[in-house]
Design a protein around this ligand. Structure first.
Ligand code: MN
Length: 494
């Protein structure tokens, strides 16, 4: 997949001050800000670079800076901090213009109060404790979507929180660029995969459009033998062949090359298709969709373009983290008392990024769709903490539901199961989690990610101004009912 790595984004560190303290103090502020930025960049805890942009001292200067941040494509967000005191009415006009994600880092240049040296000069320079409160008031007063991070800037947890927020901010920027290609419509009569594509573009920026399956078939027919062989060589390098039916695998290679060509031409990063609308395609793309997902493309089955777009976005937000992210479906349960588990799978399309073993290429018949048996990748998802995220359209607003899970090594080999599988224990437990998920209206499809955290997704929702629902070990049915009832009222008033 051709795109710049996320580390090419930068975040602007904006320090607020005023002319009250004289040039010497302002020079000191700038010097300290640069030291902090250098320290943050050297920490290894941030996915992108922080740039010390300016010490802002006037309303006009702040306004110009916000305009520039909006305009500059490489700027994914701003981080503000008040070393001294910056009267926050100065920030109102600038903040009214700001369209980029915003984080207020409440910290202080020095960790300790210097017992012997502290005097009024020191106090004049080191006023974050109250300077940042004045700054935060205007954020609250203007109801700005903002992230507040508090703590000492050299501490790893503060840096990690900043790093996670950067990923949320990148998600917000990338969301506005996201294009989804739909082959065919949604599966007939399914409700949760539907949604308001106009609303989604207004809120999230997603461009969701349909292309004819016939156009894809033409593209498949025009793939050269050399391109098919190159794709086969790539499969041989990445996966283990557990089939002799190379013709079938070759057809998947052809589908993959065709889709990738199509996507690159149209600037697509997520796609959906449906087994109900394959026309003259010989196989439902299995291996092809799985390998494209592994490259970073989002995928959604049965026309589920929302889960496809979210899969693509979460992959982008978590780039370089290595735990894996995939399209997923709660498929069947293991209801053994005391060891209740969910088995996640799909008819074919699970991304091999969630496996630490080499995936196997196998060919098996598909029970539905009436096409040739497709080649697919079969593997197990690895153990570890993960999240499931489901974006639904509530009619008038979007809601993201995020549940925490603990993936386990599948307890059985399941030798006759011809698809990739992930097994997990949801928080607080299978029955409670399922109850909560269904109360909130979560789909059967979800994004499963070992890298995204609930915080990352919550902050993304806040930036995008959509509802966030979190299911974790402390969530109860009555608290969830209360939350959903109140948020329904609140979002109607908004
Ligand atoms: Mn499905």
């Amino acid at each position: 997949m051709k795109r710049n790595p996320i580390e090419t984004y930068e975040f602007w560190f904006l320090v607020g001050s005023q002319f009250l303290y004289g040039q010497e103090t302002l020079d000191e502020v700038a010097r300290h800000a640069q030291l902090m930025v250098d320290g943050l960049n050297a920490s290894g805890n941030l996915p992108c670079k922080v740039i010390y942009k300016a010490t802002l001292k006037t309303p006009d200067g702040i306004e110009d800076c916000m305009r520039e941040a909006n305009y500059e494509k490489s700027c994914a967000g701003i981080i503000t901090w008040m070393h001294t005191f910056s009267p926050s009415k100065m920030w109102i006009n600038g903040f009214s213009l700001l369209q980029k994600p915003y984080c207020h880092l409440h910290t202080q240049f020095n960790r300790m109060i210097p017992d012997k040296e502290i005097d009024m000069d020191f106090m004049n320079l080191n006023q974050s404790a109250h300077g940042d409160r004045e700054h935060a008031f205007i954020g609250a007063r203007m109801r700005l979507a903002r992230k507040i991070i508090t703590g000492f800037w050299e501490d790893a947890d503060v840096q990690q929180n900043l790093g996670i927020w950067m990923r949320s901010a990148i998600g917000a920027i990338e969301s506005r660029k996201l294009k989804v290609m739909r082959f065919g419509d949604n599966m007939r009569n399914v409700a949760v995969t539907e949604g308001d594509k106009v609303e989604v573009q207004i809120k999230l920026g997603w461009q969701v459009n349909t292309w004819g399956v016939g156009d894809l078939i033409k593209e498949i027919e025009s793939v050269s033998d050399a391109d098919v062989e190159a794709q086969m060589a790539s499969y041989r390098q990445k996966y283990e062949f557990s089939t002799d039916d190379l013709e079938t695998v070759r057809y998947q290679a052809k589908e993959e090359v065709a889709m990738r060509n199509f996507f690159e031409r149209e600037g697509i990063s997520a796609f959906s298709n449906t087994f109900e609308d394959l026309q003259e395609m010989r196989q439902l793309p299995g291996l092809a969709s799985q390998d494209l997902m592994q490259e970073g493309y989002g995928y959604g089955g049965e026309g589920d373009w929302k889960v496809s777009a979210m899969t693509s976005l979460v992959k982008r937000m978590t780039e370089g983290m290595g735990g894996g992210t995939t399209f997923m479906e709660d498929y069947t349960y293991h209801m053994e008392k005391g060891n209740e588990l969910s088995l996640g799978a799909h008819m074919l399309e699970v991304c091999p990024s969630v496996s630490t073993e080499k995936a196997k290429i196998e060919v098996h018949p598909l029970g539905i769709g009436g096409k040739e048996p497709p080649a697919r990748l079969v593997f197990e998802g690895h153990p570890g903490k993960a999240v499931l995220a489901s974006l639904i359209d509530m009619g008038g607003r979007l809601r993201l539901i995020v549940g925490e899970i603990e993936a386990v090594k599948p307890i059985y080999k399941m030798p006759n199961l011809p698809v990739a599988r992930v097994m997990w224990r949801p928080e607080p437990d299978l029955y409670q989690a399922a109850h909560l998920w269904m109360l909130a209206g979560g789909a059967h499809h979800a994004v499963l990610s070992y890298d995204a955290t609930p915080q990352m997704l919550e902050d993304w929702c806040e930036i995008m101004d959509i509802e966030f629902v979190h299911i974790n070990k402390d969530t109860t049915v009555s608290s969830m009912k209360q939350q959903l009832f109140l948020s329904d009222l609140a979002w109607k008033l908004k």
